[in-house]
Design a protein around this ligand. Structure first.
Ligand code: FAD
Ligand code: NAP
Length: 522
């Protein structure tokens, strides 16, 4: 019998999603929702057939369990009997069967990186792979060499990707009577406030510096207490980031503190587990009949800005299971004067969220009271502002809450991209009542001659005189047109997965290149 260490549940990098961020790829049978799965796992039923025993599984043994009626999968060295989960899997049984009887770690990471399978499948745990896992657990550089006090520059950690070795940041720290300053040298130009994510709770400091697709982490148990308000200074030209902490007591620090597990590591962003901090719900206002604007307050000791085009994950415990869903922060309103870069309110995160009558996560969100706390992750996403910076014409195709990434994008494009001649939003909704921020969009179109908005309804009621229909090749050829043959265009698209996938295909058929189309996905 195998004694699985309790700290594996949940793993440090635990992430989860319940469905593919929207409509399930494969329609689930009635009674097979995530909530139904949670209920089943709590029913006391023996999910593994081993009556709670944990075993060591050899590769040969794993390979035997490769059928729908008897399916085991290894993820990061742990083996799960996913047979009872088959019908509940939002991606469908065939997707799950691709990993049947094998190590599904890579497959899982490609599709479900943020799913907290440890929590979701904990009742299905069969045990650990014998001898060694087929795929090693994700990189966590050994800390043994650093189990010593921090007293200045430390040796660089191993960098997982050799090509990025030259870019490995380093750090130093110094102090005055009242301040501690930690200086991180990234050797990268163009670092900005979005590149730094800082959390400091009690004496625990976590500073993540984003360098392109990589992340450098400082993680220290500070030697003495600091005040809550932290400051971040960035010298953009030389890529130096300064983290400034105010001492609580004006004592001399002999050392910065004790390094924590992932301190001084530099790795691909996607290989680092999501980090969450608790944010307070400060307001909840109606946008439409089913959509609300949630305003969350970040802790005072957190520095976090969600870059344009990126999303965060919210985490709630629902019926004893951690559930995680992605949401794309918006602005509190659509600025109508885009002449000056707007001054960003960096203390709050605004989320525009549709509450689905049967939605597991959104129903729980809607029941949060003002003053309640919810866990919010650091930002993620593949969109890069540089995609817009070189464009002359920007087309935004949004369906329903697929409008959310377009909000900051509009703000950025109209404020900061001088070469943009036109920005056109084509907004698909069911009915007039579903259109988010319709007034604001119409006002913006009146105010800024570069901006145009076109509403298209799939199920109009009353006397809708506007355009009607679903996304189609003919509709796109009507609304998405280069004004000049050689115009540089960018087309961003976001909505239900099939909407986005169809849109991308139609645009390809219409002759737009892959670089000219950016689909927002999870
Ligand atoms: P579930 O319990 O998963 O579904 C219950 C029922 O609700 C479903 O059977 C279906 O009938 C209906 N339903 C649920 N989701 C959808 C859907 N997406 N489309 C149509 N019907 C659905 N949502 C926002 O409101 N605002 C955002 O800013 C936002 N940003 C996102 C960013 C990304 C990158 C992704 C991938 C998704 C985003 N979503 C956003 C969707 C969000 O993550 C959830 O999928 C959504 O809130 C539903 O969660 P739920 O648990 O309440 O519904
Ligand atoms: P919705 O109200 O269900 O639909 C909005 C419009 O899209 C309607 O006109 C609808 O037409 C149409 N539509 C829906 N499904 C379609 C399909 N399969 N093919 C073509 N058109 C379709 O939308 P919603 O409930 O707000 O959902 C918004 C979606 O955006 C969610 O799935 C969410 O996950 C996603 N989203 C993604 C991101 C991201 O960054 N990836 C961000 C925010 C939101 P009919 O329903 O009348 O057919």
């Amino acid at each position: 019998m195998l004694n699985v260490p309790p700290q594996a549940f949940p793993a440090p990098s635990s992430q989860q999603r319940a469905a593919a961020g929207g409509r399930a790829k494969v329609p689930l049978k009635p009674g097979r929702s995530l909530m139904d799965w949670i209920r089943l796992t709590k029913s006391g039923k023996d999910m593994t057939g081993l009556k709670g025993r944990l075993i060591e599984v050899t590769e040969d043994e794993l390979a035997k369990h490769n059928k729908k009626e008897d399916c085991w999968i290894c993820i990061r060295g742990f083996v799960y009997n996913v047979t009872p989960y088959m019908e509940y899997h939002p991606g469908g049984e065939d997707e799950l069967m691709k990993a049947a009887g094998t190590d599904g770690t890579d497959l899982f990471d490609q599709v479900h990186r943020w799913v907290n399978y440890e929590s979701m499948l904990k009742e299905c745990l069969v045990g650990r792979m014998a001898v060694k896992p087929i795929t090693a657990p994700k990189e966590i550089t050994s800390v043994s060499e650093e189990k010593k006090q921090l007293n200045g520059m430390l040796p660089k950690k191993k960098v997982p990707c050799t090509s990025s070795k030259d870019l490995t940041p380093s750090y130093d720290w110094f102090q005055t009577d009242s301040l501690i300053t930690i200086a991180v040298y990234t050797k990268q130009k163009g670092m900005n406030a979005d590149s730094v994510i800082l959390d400091c709770e009690d004496k625990r400091l976590r500073g993540e510096i984003i360098v392109d697709d990589y992340s450098y982490l400082l993680e220290v148990d500070l030697n003495h207490a600091v005040q809550e308000d932290v400051a971040v200074n960035i010298a953009e030209k030389v890529g130096k980031v300064e983290i400034i902490l105010k001492k609580k007591d004006n004592v001399h620090w002999k050392i910065l503190g004790q390094p924590l597990e992932n301190h001084n590591t530099f790795m691909k962003r996607t290989d680092r587990g999501l980090f969450y901090r608790k944010c307070k719900l400060v307001s909840k206002t109606e946008v439409t009949h089913d959509t609300k604007l949630f305003c969350l307050l970040l802790p005072e000791s957190t520095h976090l800005r969600v870059p344009t085009g990126q999303h965060v994950y919210l985490k709630q415990i629902i019926a004893g299971t951690e559930v995680v869903k992605p949401y794309t922060p918006v602005l509190p309103f659509l600025p109508l004067d885009f002449q000056e870069p707007s001054c960003h309110d960096s203390a709050h995160i605004y989320l525009m969220i549709k509450i689905y009558p049967c939605g597991l996560f959104t129903q729980a969100l809607d029941h949060l009271q003002i003053g309640d706390y919810i866990s919010v992750s650091s930002p993620e996403g593949s969109f890069k502002k540089s995609q817009v910076q070189t464009s002359e014409e920007l087309f935004l195709l949004a369906a329903g809450t697929g409008f959310t990434p377009m909000v900051k994008l509009l703000n950025f494009a109209l404020t900061e991209v001088s070469c943009l001649r036109t920005v056109k939003l084509i907004f698909f909704n069911r009915t007039e009542d579903d259109i988010l921020w319709r007034n604001q969009l119409e006002q913006l179109a009146l105010k800024d001659e570069r901006f145009e908005v076109q509403f298209i309804l799939s199920q109009p009621v009353r006397d809708w005189v506007g355009k009607q229909g679903m996304i189609s090749s003919s509709l796109l050829s009507e609304f998405v047109k280069r004004s000049r043959k050689d115009s540089k265009v960018l087309i961003c698209i976001c909505g239900p997965t099939p909407f986005t996938e169809q849109g991308v295909q139609y645009l390809k058929d219409l002759g737009y290149s892959q670089e000219e189309v950016h689909p927002f996905t999870a």
